[in-house]
Design a protein around this ligand. Structure first.
Ligand code: FAD
Ligand code: 2HG
Ligand code: ZN
Length: 476
């Protein structure tokens, strides 16, 4: 096959998806800048296919031209994985036009959607059909199911329903060679060899382009109750989690912990949200109990947990939402921490996981280390404690230049935090992925044999290196 020149490639792409869906001019910042506004790339073109056959044709043409492709959904990723590099030579493949709900199979508790379907639209389609699609993230109004699968997103319901991987039954994928893998199975059991579905999930666009997915549905709960509790320490939050597991069982659908400084940022930037109980306690916990029986049953069990927690001193104060709108407001406060932190200025994020039992000691040691090393450092510690996943973020000292702080301190801070994570047996990416941000840090913290096997998989599936190069693993 003869190689395509760049002008020939652009002509082929226009012919394939239509002139109006190949963007090379104008303001492309929505596609080229990352959500955190830390990095800006430059694409050769933004290409917006409308169906799977077009995606396959785009990949074939790019392969022929030797041009690499960066798949993008909602561009809400936090690890610089969904934007082009600054070379001006990569195709940014936006899946946003492929947003249809293809099919709901009620008896099989399954829904099939295209990759560009916005998560909130998927949740709503499920609810309209009388089901729950439990994946829930602060970015759900703009992230897509393709991006959720690409990153194996977590969110706030993992303690009960698992990560995106656990919610997926089948995939349709375009390979690096432009072949279509028709894997949209609704099967819950299929042991016919290597698990390609789970290989693709979490591969951040480096092994294939997900064009559609069949996802699991669940019965809607009869009632949901939400409580906000003040806890005297991280250890007390862990004790409360133990009580909630013991007494709520599968009813425990959310368990989030938020540090005082994280909540003070929400209070500062969004005072209208009225953050409860944060002023007199180092941490707050947001708990959710979903019940298949009734609201009264849910309330009885929830109050029992809170009573035990008060008796043991692991909760010092608590409010239980009395209405759906109060519950929504509590969740909205929790989900606003990322935005409040962005308002405060550029910052350093650590999306780490640890055994839940190790978290109190990890926090004590890392807080002390950072406070000793960097005078006035501000720690924004919050996250999915129920999953052992903390967003242990670091904000520059008050009044200092944030960009300068990142430039001079980011590597040092990362080393301090990640070395401690390693000592406690944790991971440096729990749910956001590796992207371009952590690709050169990962080898210091990931098992060398595992990394070698990952490189071999990448080499085997994408020998030309055209799918999202420089993300997750480097081949050079
Ligand atoms: P993008 O950002 O567009 O892409 C993310 C990665 O997936 C990239 O590597 C991209 O190349 C790849 N990709 C995208 N589409 C495809 C496809 N069709 N096929 C193959 N690869 C693809 N994340 C969590 O896990 N939990 C949270 O609680 C959470 N909360 C967030 C809250 C806020 C306010 C924000 C801004 C982000 C949050 N995130 C969270 C991060 C982000 O929303 C998730 O990573 C989400 O899954 C990304 O989806 P997206 O469609 O925006 O993907
Ligand atoms: C969340 O849990 C997201 O809100 C974002 O994963 C975390 O801002 C962050 O660091
Ligand atoms: Zn998170």
């Amino acid at each position: 096959m003869t190689a395509l020149s760049l002008p020939e490639l652009l002509t082929t792409l226009r012919h394939t998806v239509g002139d109006t869906h190949v963007l090379t001019e104008g303001d492309l910042s929505a596609f080229e800048q990352d959500w955190r506004k830390r990095t800006r790339g430059k694409a050769l073109a933004v290409v917006r296919p409308g169906n799977t056959a077009e995606v396959a044709a785009v990949v074939k043409a790019c392969a022929q031209a030797g041009v690499s492709i960066v798949p993008q959904g909602g561009n809400t990723g936090l690890v610089v994985g969904s934007i082009p590099d600054d070379s001006g030579t990569q195709v940014l493949l936006s899946l946003q036009r492929m947003n249809a709900v293809r099919h709901i199979d009620a008896a099989n508790l399954a829904i099939t959607v295209e990759a560009g379907c916005v998560l909130q639209n998927l949740q709503q389609a499920a609810e309209q059909a009388g089901f729950l699609f439990p994946l829930s993230l602060g970015s759900e109004g703009s992230c897509t199911i393709g991006g959720n699968l690409g990153t194996n997103a977590g969110g706030t319901q993992v303690v009960r329903y698992g990560n995106t991987r656990e919610l997926c039954l089948g995939l349709e994928v375009v390979s690096a060679q432009g072949e279509i893998w028709h894997g949209l199975s609704g099967l819950r059991k299929d042991n016919t060899g290597y698990d390609l579905r789970n290989l693709m999930i979490g591969s951040e666009g480096t092994l294939g382009i997900i064009t559609a997915a069949t996802m699991k549905l669940y019965p809607l709960p009869a009632a949901k109750l939400t409580a906000w509790a003040a806890v005297p320490s991280v250890a007390h939050a862990v004790e409360l989690l133990g009580l909630a597991h013991l007494h709520l069982g599968a009813g425990l659908t959310g368990f989030e912990m938020m540090g005082q400084f994280a909540l003070s940022l929400v209070d500062k930037h969004y005072p209208q949200l009225r953050v409860p109980l944060w002023q007199d306690t180092p941490y707050c916990v947001l708990l959710e109990n979903s019940d298949t029986e009734s609201e009264a049953h849910a309330r009885e069990r929830f109050e029992h947990v809170l009573e035990l927690a008060f008796e043991r001193g692991c909760v010092s104060d608590a409010v239980v939402a009395e209405s759906l709108s109060q519950a929504r407001n509590l969740w909205h406060i929790r989900d606003s921490i990322t935005l409040a932190q962005a308002e405060e200025g550029l910052n350093i994020k650590h999306d780490i996981s640890l055994p839940v039992s190790a978290i109190p000691e990890f926090v004590a040691q890392t807080d002390a280390l950072l406070e000793k090393e960097i005078a006035g450092v501000r720690l924004v510690n919050f996250g999915h404690l129920g999953d052992g996943n903390l967003h242990y973020n670091v904000q520059a000292p008050e009044g200092s230049d944030n960009a300068e702080f990142l430039r001079t301190q980011e590597d040092r801070v990362n080393t301090l935090v990640y070395d401690t994570v390693k000592r406690f047996g944790g991971s440096i990416s729990a749910e956001h992925g590796v992207g371009g941000l952590k690709v050169d840090t990962l080898p210091d913290y990931k098992d060398a044999t595992a990394l070698g096997l990952m490189r071999q998989i990448k080499q085997a599936l994408d020998p030309q290196g055209i799918l999202n190069p420089g993300r997750v693993v480097r081949l050079d």
